[in-house]
Each structure stands twice: as C-alpha cells, then as structure tokens.
Design a protein around this ligand. Sequence first.
Ligand SMILES: Cc1ncc(COP(=O)(O)O)c(C=O)c1O
Length: 391
Amino acid sequence: MPINVKKARDETPGATNVLHFNNAGASLMPTPVLKKVMNHLRLESEIGGYEAADKCAEAIENVYKSISKLLNCNTKEVAVIENATRAWDMAFYSIPFQKGDRILTAQAEYASNYISYLQVSKRTGVEVEVVPNDECGQISIEVLEKAIDKHVKLIAITHVPTNGGLVNPAKKVGEIAKARNILYLLDACQSVGQMPIDVQEIGCDMLSATGRKYLRGPRGTGFLYVRENLLNLLETPFLDLHAARWTSINKYEIRPDARRFENWECNIAAKLGLGRAVEYAMEWKLDHIYARIQHLAADLRKKLKNIKNVTVMDLGKEQCGIITFMITGQDPVTTQRSLHEKKINISVSIAEYSRLDMDARGIDALLRASVHYYNTEEEVERFCEAIEILS
Ligand SMILES: Cc1ncc(COP(=O)(O)O)c(C=O)c1O
C-alpha cells in the first residue's frame, strides 16, 4: 500500500483521541491544514483582516490554482463558496429554465438538491423526473439514455450519495449529456478528496464540492466548477460588487470568470485552509487515497456482514468508503450515542436526507461509518468488536 499510514496518523492529531469513522460527515483535519488556518487568524489579529488578506494575495490566488489542478480545469472555472450546497445552488439557480423543460435526476439525489428542483418546478413549470436504479442500485444508464428528448435541459445527479455506499457512474452520464448537448451538474460533495475527479474525463459542465468531508479541509468551505464556455450563459441569482462591477450609475458588468458565483466577504483563513487541504490530498495522490479507502471499506463491510443482527445496506457496482448498515431491533441514534461514549464517531443518515432512495427501500434511518486513508485495520477490528457487543 503506497500510503504511509503512520505518517498520516502522526499528522492527524485527532487520530489519537477518537476512532473516527465519520469522514463523510467531517474528516479529522491534518496538522498542515490546521496550521494554515490558525496562522492566518493570528495574522489577522496582529495586523488587521484586510491587511492580512493583502499580504496573502498570492496565497489566496494559489487556492484556485490548487483546486483547478485537483479537478483538471482552468482557474477561471473555479469559484470558492462557503459550502457544497450553496455552490450547487449558484449553478442550478443560474440555469434559465422555462415551462416544459425537463430535469433528469437519480434515485440517490440529495435532499437539498431535490428541494431546489421542487421549488424551481413550482416557479417555472419544469418537470422533474427520477431515472430509476439499475439492478446494482446505481442510476440506470439504459433508462437515462431512453429518457432523453429535446426538452431535457439538465441532467443533475449525486456522485456519491449521503447513504448507500455507491458511486454513481458519473462518466457514463457525462457521455450521454455530451452527446446530446445537455447541461450536466454533478454533486461531487462526497467524492472529491475520496477518489480522483477529473472534470474533463467525467464530462460534467458544473460540479460542486465541500471542504470538510474527504478533503479534510475546514468547515464552512466548498467550491464550484463551471465550464468556461457556459459562464456567460448562466446569469447568477445574486450579484454583489465582487461578482460584478458597478460601471456607471445605471450599469454593471458581471465578472467574466467563475468568481461571479462568489460574494465578497468570506473566511480567508478557511479559504487558505481549503487550499492547503487540496494540496495535501494531492501530495498523498488521489488514486492512492482511494485504493486505501476501498481496501478498508471492503474489510469493514466483510466483517460487519459476519456479525449477527447486522445488515449492510450498501448499493452499487462500485462502492466507496461509506458503509451503511442496520442492527435489527436497534434505534440507530441510540447505537451512535453508545459508540460515541466509547470515543467512536459515526453518523446516522435519516430518510429525509435522501427520501427517494430511503422511501423506496422502506428505511427510516441507517448507521453510516465512513473510512479514510488514515484509519487502520486495527480500528476496523475494534469498531466491529464494539458493534458486536451492541448487536
Ligand atoms: C451528497 C451531498 N451533497 C451535498 C451535501 C451538502 O454539503 P454541504 O453541507 O457542504 O453544503 C451533502 C452533505 O452531507 C451531501 O451528502
């Protein structure tokens, strides 16, 4: 395994305090990211917030360069936004929908995205259609292909859903979107940082991501990618003096780059921390990160399946570092609390986060354990022992 786990853990102060299987909630921040954030906050306190930003102007620009390297895009195509939801919103609400347009999405769609479809549908009369899963539990490419007609304005899917362990076939969806010249928005909130993401390869036009999950960045950070040739076609829902220039009393000019989706005031320390987190992930190499995550996840799935009363609920042909399961007759929140008392962190996914999928499977709530490359085989073992005692 190319990942030096000892080094990874030495650089993760939290790893000695907790068994952290809540990386899809928020990963433990590594020391270089923490230092970057703290140093900037200190500088702000010493010389002033605006002055500190001026002093770090080049470093702030480098955040965009790092993100564009991570995604294989141009720096002009990147906006840094406070979280994945708002990043996704800025792209989605910029699309000029008209009555009769169709939006195609998938069964695993995230709550916030679906709520936005419903709102826009109510406002404009667009139709929202859910492409069913194939027999593996991922979006059916066959049905998607058949569903396309000239009214489809947008294909928008979640790459790695909040629950279910699956990785949707984003690239295959991209091929269809490209061939039919349809806008393609990918919610990559839980895949960025976990696996290599190349927007050229995937073929998406817009992609949203967060900093705190698999990228191990600070909370309150996220970003949006928008393909350059689309920028002028997307009228952002909000403008301010950063997104546009007030050129004369009755005129304004929107920025030509993706920063038209940003607003002026932001948490500079967190932004710098995000940039460091992106560089840090690239130093480990995304394919190495994903290989180790998949190794640990496969180990955990296998061990959980051997525990009496435990059912692993994951879907998909390709499965990632998110493992969802249930313990017969146990309330997931009670289990989560019991584990927390043993310094074991996991999360609970409730139906409301992903209602299309959870309702279809008749599930109210699931336990969600999410592993990262700095976790160990020994932690997997210890976690399963704790589950065995509780089950
Ligand atoms: C699939 C998916 N999309 C979007 C989000 C929202 O991300 P954020 O909290 O950064 O807005 C989440 C959060 O859990 C998610 O799981």
